[in-house]
Design a protein around this ligand. Structure first.
Ligand code: 15L
Length: 272
């Protein structure tokens, strides 16, 4: 029997794929759930592949069985129609939390996003950065769904004595380069992402927490104090890539003024 089984939803997505090799650990089994196909286990890799949707209560009940902790990354990761966002991100997260509760999983990490507070002004970030518990100012239906996920996490933590940590992820990609200059602000390196998730899995009795998920970027506008209180110690800084981004046009207009950048002007409800 493994020491720990961690269920990861959305395991085939961008963040899930980056985390799979990084959250490997002796004694730990990763149960990887996604609607999409996933690479089979490599020799010696302790993974269990589950194919199914976070919206399916039966699938989630089976996936949560014997799991010790849950990292919920599943759902639409960009703007989409209201119906799809409601069904997959909001109803899906409730289904996931309900299955976790039923199975007695006490440690849950939920992926939120900077877009839950996308219409907060960058200028208001101040010296220490935007507090991790700034109240929602979503920039899209997607951002609304992330604010709802935060609220659901709080509800389950308060009602059912679960430890629920919600991470407002900046932009987690291999490098900040595909993101352009905004990535110098928002980047969460994959290695720091794994450090952050490890802190979320191991911090003693955190209760409900809302934290930022970013690297220690020179141009960061988010507070790291709340994540550091859980033991997170970022080692990466997007500034390493700054020179490679010179020549890229800097954001302008609303994209330059608000935390959510280009999401603030993207057409509502349109998949992009
Ligand atoms: C997000 O929440 C998205 O899931 C991701 O694809 C990025 O676009 C990121 O925000 C961002 O703001 O860069």
């Amino acid at each position: 029997m493994p020491d720990q089984r961690v269920l990861i939803t959305g395991a085939a997505g961008v963040v899930g794929t980056l985390m799979r090799p990084r959250l490997r650990k002796p004694g730990r089994v990763l149960r990887l759930l996604d609607l999409a196909g996933q690479p089979a286990a490599e020799p010696g890799e302790a993974v269990e592949i589950v194919t199914g949707s976070v919206t399916d209560a039966g699938v989630m009940a089976a996936a949560c069985e014997d799991a010790d902790a849950l990292i919920h990354l599943g759902g639409h990761s960009r703007e989409n129609s209201w119906d799809a966002t409601l069904e997959v991100n909001i109803n899906g997260t409730r289904t996931v939390l309900e299955a976790a509760r039923e199975a007695g999983i006490k440690r849950v990490v939920l992926a939120s996003s900077n877009h839950a507070v996308g219409f907060r002004r960058i200028a208001d970030a101040g010296e220490t950065g935007l507090p991790a518990d700034s109240s929602p100012r979503p920039d899209t239906y997607y951002g609304v769904s992330k604010a709802a996920i935060e609220a659901l996490g709080s509800l389950y933590a308060a009602r059912f004595d679960m430890d629920v940590i919600v991470v407002r992820i900046g932009s987690c990609f291999e490098t900040p380069l595909p993101l352009g200059p905004r990535g110098l602000v928002t980047w969460l390196s994959p290695d720091d992402g794994a450090r952050l998730f490890e802190s979320c899995l191991t911090a003693p009795s955190p209760g409900y927490r809302l934290i930022w998920g970013v690297s220690d970027n020179t141009r960061r506008i988010y507070s790291l104090a709340e994540a550091e209180a859980l033991g997170y110690r970022p080692r990466d800084n997007a500034e390493t890539y700054a020179e490679q981004l010179t020549g890229n046009p800097a954001p302008s207009g609303a994209a330059a003024e608000y935390v959510g950048g280009p999401f603030c002007t993207a057409p509502l409800g349109e998949f992009n």
